[in-house]
Structures are given as structure tokens and as C-alpha cells.
Design a protein around this ligand. Structure first.
Ligand code: AP5
Length: 216
């Protein structure tokens, strides 16, 4: 069960990865979450990443590859994992192939296909708990009126990179740096396209069916 969730920002990778990881008892490895935690903790990595993330650009390949190499060596990855938001460049994908060449390769890459207008709507209406990371949505799942997270009591905020100007920049960066990975994984015969425009439940059902087949 070694899979990658690939897709533009806001296509539902994190939403679906969290549920699948729990259902199949494998870790969700989100480079975005790792970086946000580093920013919150004020580490050296966090200080470097903060400005880059706020602009919508990508953190350097060297930093990200080092983070993933260390994370994949942890014992909870033995039975598999979902890579959510990694790789994001051809250099990251090649490094991952290299890291796994003497062990177990990636089995499938799920590509979340969502229209651009829908992406902008989803991201600009997303609100996130600054403490537990739970995602609300002003349209489909609004936070309580006082912005106190109903899961953990933390404060619900809008991520800096979810403001419209940064969302547009993230989409440009995605097209230039990350979209070429579709072709990279088509060539490896690993790409599976999911229609992510549908409601969360429908997308989840298709993914669970696919993971059940992978597991059998
Ligand atoms: P990261 O946190 O990975 O952001 P992202 O890929 O831009 O992912 P998002 O969290 O925005 O989108 P998602 O697809 O997970 O959608 P979600 O499920 O949340 O990265 C942030 C930054 O970190 C990057 O910009 C970069 O700077 C840096 N970084 C991270 N990884 C890196 C790497 N490998 N290399 C270099 N830099 C890296 O859903 C979004 C919203 O839509 C939510 O409100 C949700 O409720 C809603 N939603 C989800 N599914 C549906 C649906 N089916 N219908 C309606 N609404 C839905």
C-alpha cells in the first residue's frame, strides 16, 4: 500500500488521505503538514519555509527530499503509506524512485482531477484550525460562529496561502513544476485518474474500492 496522492492544491488530497490512512492503518505523510508544524514550532526549517509557503512557491528539493527520506525510514511506514503533496517536482520523483530502488516501489499514483474554478472556490473558502489542523469550509462545513474549533477548542483561521492572490500563484507553480509528474507516472504505468469534482463521499467510495483491491 505505497501510494502517492498527486494533484493541484485544493483538489481534496488531504481530505481523502486522512480518511484512507485511518481506515487502512497506514500513515498519511503530508509534506505541507510537516512544514506547517515546523513553522508553528519556530524551528530553523520553519523559519526558512514560512516565507516561501506564504508566497505559494515550493520549498527547495534538497530540504523536502531529506525530510521524506527520514520519514520513510520510520517503522510505521513498513506496511505502506500515503504520500500527500510529495513528490512535487521531477527531481523529487526521481529521488523517491532512487530511495526505494532496493526496497518496495510505489504501487500507484492517484491523480485528483478538479476544474480550476472549483479549486479556487474550495481554497478561498477553506478555514483551518491552527491547533489540530482540521479543515472547515465556509460553504460546505462552516466553523462555529466564534471560530473556536469544535474538535479541539483551538482557533480557526484562514491559511495565509489560501488568500486568492496566493492561490492563483500556487496554481501557476503547480502547472509549471508539478503537472509534468502526470506524464512521468503514466510512463511508469502507475497513474490512476480520479474525478475529484464530485462530492467528498463519492470520491472516497471510489478510493476505498481501489485500496481494497490493492490490499487483496
Ligand atoms: P500543501 O499543504 O501540500 O498544500 P497543497 O497541495 O497546496 O494542498 P492543499 O492542502 O491546499 O490541498 P488538498 O488537495 O490537500 O485539498 P484539501 O483536502 O485540503 O502545501 C503547502 C505549501 O507547502 C506549498 O505551497 C509549498 O510551499 C510547501 N510544500 C509542501 N509540499 C512540498 C513539496 N513536496 N515540495 C516543495 N514544497 C512543498 O481540500 C481543500 C478544501 O476543499 C477543503 O476546504 C476541503 O474541505 C474542500 N474539499 C475537499 N474535497 C472536496 C470535495 N470533493 N468537494 C467539495 N469540497 C472539497
Amino acid at each position: 500500500m505505497r501510494t502517492i496522492f498527486l494533484g493541484a492544491p485544493g483538489t481534496g488530497k488531504g481530505t481523502q488521505a486522512a480518511v484512507l490512512a485511518e481506515k487502512f492503518s497506514i500513515p498519511q505523510i503530508s509534506t505541507g503538514d510537516i512544514l506547517r508544524k515546523a513553522v508553528k514550532d519556530g524551528t530553523e526549517l520553519g523559519k526558512k519555509a514560512k516565507i516561501i509557503m506564504e508566497s505559494g512557491a515550493l520549498v527547495s528539493d534538497d530540504i523536502i527530499i531529506g525530510l521524506i527520506e527520514a520519514r520513510l525510514a520510520e517503522p510505521d511506514c513498513v506496511a505502506g503509506y500515503i504520500l500527500d503533496g510529495f513528490p512535487r517536482t521531477i527531481a523529487q520523483a526521481e529521488s523517491l524512485d532512487n530511495m526505494l530502488k532496493d526496497t518496495s516501489p510505489i504501487e500507484a499514483v492517484i491523480y485528483f482531477d478538479v476544474d480550476e474554478d472549483e479549486i479556487v472556490k474550495r481554497l478561498t473558502s477553506r478555514r483551518t484550525c491552527g491547533q489540530c489542523g482540521y479543515n472547515y469550509n465556509m460553504i460546505t462545513d462552516p466553523p462555529p460562529a466564534d471560530n473556536v474549533c469544535r474538535i479541539c477548542g483551538g482557533t480557526v483561521i484562514q491559511r495565509d496561502d489560501d488568500k486568492e492572490v496566493t492561490v492563483r500563484n500556487r496554481l501557476l507553480v503547480y502547472k509549471e513544476k508539478t503537472e509534468p509528474l502526470k506524464e512521468y507516472y503514466v510512463k511508469q504505468n502507475k497513474l490512476r485518474v480520479i474525478d475529484g469534482n464530485r462530492e467528498v463521499k463519492k470520491v472516497r467510495e471510489e478510493l476505498i474500492e481501489f485500496y481494497n483491491k490493492l490490499a487483496s
